[in-house]
Design a binder for this molecule. Structure first.
Ligand code: PLP
Length: 393
């Protein structure tokens, strides 16, 4: 008998982490695997951030911090929201958490009741649906395709709304598609939402700086949206601080207060040293991370060029984040070197076993025609991986 709760039994294991584990296993067997499955920058944390953490240790930042984060960190976050997003949030509207992932979990736990629907334009980030379900919400996937650059149209949003709709969650730049919603597109969505004042929006902007077109737009800045948008962000992607686990929100004060209350019973707040280091990260000029963005831009172009040479890959041009999300459905029903490919999972597995390249099936992100390839890897690895993929197809 399984003694675990229904809650955990019905949860799926993170597909990106599962693929990474499978790749590790093959590596341990001596296979030369190139891992393009994880959403993790392959840069080191800039030195000035490391120095701030070392100083914090020496200055004895070792006690519990305020549950919602140090006041001077929240001030740095408020300044950042103003500087980068034109958004004014007071300190009582900001909550610091153990990664943006926890920020999202807090929001789900404080906003959703049993049966509340959450609209997720698909493809969406792998954890959204399980976090929503954990809070007894119902994910409502709105499928998009490469034809609309994987973006939800206002018509699609309108159609998905029911009397039970409580929220809509999305990321721009998007993980996994790399799509970036521009101002007009967000205005189109906001126009629909203005007719439904009880729907709240989670705007996950963790990739905002990794945007090759420039001009990131926050939906909270669109007319009528500020009072019902929770803007989520963090330092994992922009500053390569994934393991330091700092994320944050800006939003209505009553939501921030509820998140603080919840977090006060679950974690007591984020790691004190990482919080101090985040002050240094956020106070630095954006120019300090431009080298990373330029590098990702170059790699995106390289991967698009190399994949473009492979017949059967249908590609859009991702404008941000560090993923490409090719539609590979042209391979479905085909037999490649004795392996029948029925779906995106078969395809990703085929690439892992035959080309020794780890990617992630699009199924995990709510789109089963695609795979996600992360280009947070060196140019050498990317060239080798694309050559291997080409060879086995
Ligand atoms: N949101 C999106 C869209 C992500 O891709 C990720 C990380 O992969 C997160 C949130 C979580 O980030 P954090 O490391 O801050 O928990």
């Amino acid at each position: 008998k399984n003694h675990l709760s229904d809650r955990i039994n019905s949860m799926s294991t993170s597909a990106t982490l599962a693929m990474a584990a499978k790749a590790r296993e093959l590596k341990n067997e001596g296979k030369d695997i190139i891992g393009l499955s994880l959403g993790e920058p392959d840069f080191n944390i800039p030195d000035f951030i490391k120095e701030a953490a070392k100083e914090a240790i020496d200055q004895n930042y070792s006690s519990y911090s305020p549950v919602d984060g140090y006041a001077d960190l929240k001030q740095a976050i408020a300044n950042k929201f103003k500087r980068d997003n034109g958004l004014t949030y007071g300190l009582n509207q900001i909550v610091v958490s153990t990664g943006a992932k926890q920020s999202l979990a807090n929001i789900a736990m404080v906003m959703l009741n049993d049966g509340d629907e959450v609209i997720l334009p698909a493809p969406y980030w792998v954890s959204y649906s399980d976090i929503v379900k954990l809070a007894q919400g119902v994910p409502v996937e709105v499928p998009t395709s490469i034809d609309t650059d994987f973006k939800m149209t206002p018509e699609q949003l309108e159609k998905a709304i029911t009397p039970k709709t409580k929220m809509m969650w999305f990321s721009s730049p998007c993980n996994p598609s790399g799509s970036v919603y521009n101002k007009e597109e967000l205005e189109g969505l906001a126009k629909v939402l203005r007719k439904h004042p009880n729907i709240f929006v989670v705007s996950d902007e963790i990739y905002e700086h990794i945007n090759f077109r420039g001009g990131h737009v926050s939906i909270a800045n669109i007319e009528g949206m500020y009072d019902r948008t929770i803007t989520v962000n963090g330092v994992s992607k922009a500053f390569a601080m994934t393991g330091w686990r700092i994320g944050y929100i800006g939003g209505p004060e009553w939501i921030a207060k509820a998140c603080t209350k919840f977090q006060g019973q679950i974690t007591s707040g984020a790691n004190s040293i990482a919080q101090r280091a985040t002050i240094a990260a956020l106070n630095a000029p954006i120019s300090s991370i431009k080298f990373m963005i330029d590098e990702f831009h170059k790699r995106r172009d390289l991967v698009l060029e190399l994949l473009g040479e492979i017949k059967g890959f249908n590609l859009n041009v991702p404008e941000g984040a560090f993923y490409v999300f090719p539609d590979i459905s042209s391979f479905f029903g085909k037999t490649l070197n004795g392996t029948l490919i029925n779906n995106a999972s078969d395809f990703a597995l085929y690439l892992l076993e035959k080309a020794n390249v780890a990617t992630v099936t699009g199924e995990a992100f709510g789109n089963d025609n695609c795979i996600r390839i992360s280009y947070a890897a060196s140019e050498k690895e990317l060239r080798e991986a694309m050559a291997r993929i080409k060879a086995v197809l």
